[in-house]
Design a protein around this ligand. Structure first.
Ligand code: ATP
Length: 304
């Protein structure tokens, strides 16, 4: 759906994006993660033809960008660097102006489409106010409504939850999930690990202009080869497992083992009570820290 090769952008002596090979597949919920200044916005802007690459290639829907921008953009909803809107007009009027330049159709259909978009982002009741009276969160929602108007095949969002409170973040996530289930591929950027981990199926990690990691979240978080065991019979379990217990804290044991089913059978057969047994998984935070050791203090962790 999006493929880039050796994509590079320099501003004078600053290399904002450096040799990036991005791969977003149809149906992905792709999260571009990285600290401020790592090049996410520049990368996204190049994908949309908003800035020209210094070097490299971009394909969106299999079409070269920005050469085929006129065919690509009508199928893309985008929210980049804050929603642009006329501050003295209402949200609805702003959307109507946008829509008039977009897909067109009968007036009644356009009005319905705008009403639906406002409804979906939770702005239906307050759209009479001028946009200048909107909070940042409301402006973000309006930007999302504008992105939705096109019923896009691909939605590209730069920090879409910026300025939203926890409830707003949740609502945006639910909305994006719903759209994705309806077939829209979603690419979003964030500097918040927890946000990416909660929503995305695929992750790309940017660090000082480079893509240092890109994979499916499930693969990145794959099993570690350890099992977390909860048992009231810790002493007996330790004796039975003979050297495989790496860590023990009360009832909780970390056991080196890559076949949880077999481990369970072994324990139960020996009459050891098992209160809980799960394969250990890496957190996205651990994966990202390992990939960005040089600037690990600049990515906000899931506990932030
Ligand atoms: P943020 O989350 O803060 O937006 P980002 O990961 O999106 O960060 P970019 O905005 O792409 O990062 O910036 C990457 C680097 O490129 C930064 O060093 C930035 O200062 C530089 N940069 C971006 N745009 C320009 C520009 N128009 N002129 C000069 N330098 C720029």
């Amino acid at each position: 759906m999006i493929v880039t090769r050796d994509l590079t952008k320099t501003y004078g002596r600053v290399t904002a994006v450096h040799g990036v090979a991005l791969e977003v597949r149809e149906g992905d919920r792709y999260g571009l993660l990285g600290p401020n200044g790592s090049g996410k916005t520049t990368l996204i802007r190049m994908l949309l033809g908003l800035v020209y690459a210094t070097r490299g290639e971009i394909e969106v829907f299999g079409l070269p960008m920005p050469k085929r921008v006129k065919e690509v953009l009508p199928q893309v909803g985008a929210l980049v660097e804050g929603p642009g809107a006329y501050p003295h007009l209402s949200g609805r009027t702003n959307l109507a102006l946008l829509d008039a330049a977009g897909p067109g159709g009968a007036r009644r259909d356009r009005r319905r489409r705008i009403g639906e978009a406002l409804e979906r982002v939770g702005l239906a009741g307050i759209d009479g106010r001028p946009v200048r009276a909107y909070s940042l969160g409301m402006r973000q929602r309006l930007g999302l409504a504008a992105a939705l108007l096109r019923r896009p095949r691909l939605l590209v969002l730069d920090e879409p939850t910026n300025g939203l409170d926890p409830r707003g973040i949740r609502e945006v996530r639910d909305l994006l999930t719903e759209l994705n289930e309806g077939g829209t591929t979603v690419l979003l950027s964030s500097h918040l690990l927890a946000e990416i981990e909660a929503f995305c199926t695929r992750v790309g990690v940017m660090d000082r202009g480079r893509m240092v990691l890109q994979d499916d979240l499930a693969t990145l978080r794959g099993p570690t080869g350890r099992v977390l065991l909860d048992t009231p019979d810790g002493d007996r379990a330790c004796a039975l497992l003979d050297g495989r217990v790496e860590h023990r804290e009360g009832q909780r044991l970390t056991v080196r083992h890559d076949a949880p089913h077999d481990l369970n059978t072994t324990l139960v057969t020996a009459g050891i009570r098992v209160a809980g047994l799960v394969p250990e998984q890496r957190s996205l935070e651990q994966v990202v820290m390992a990939a960005t050791t040089t600037s690990s203090d600049r990515v906000e962790g899931s506990t932030a």
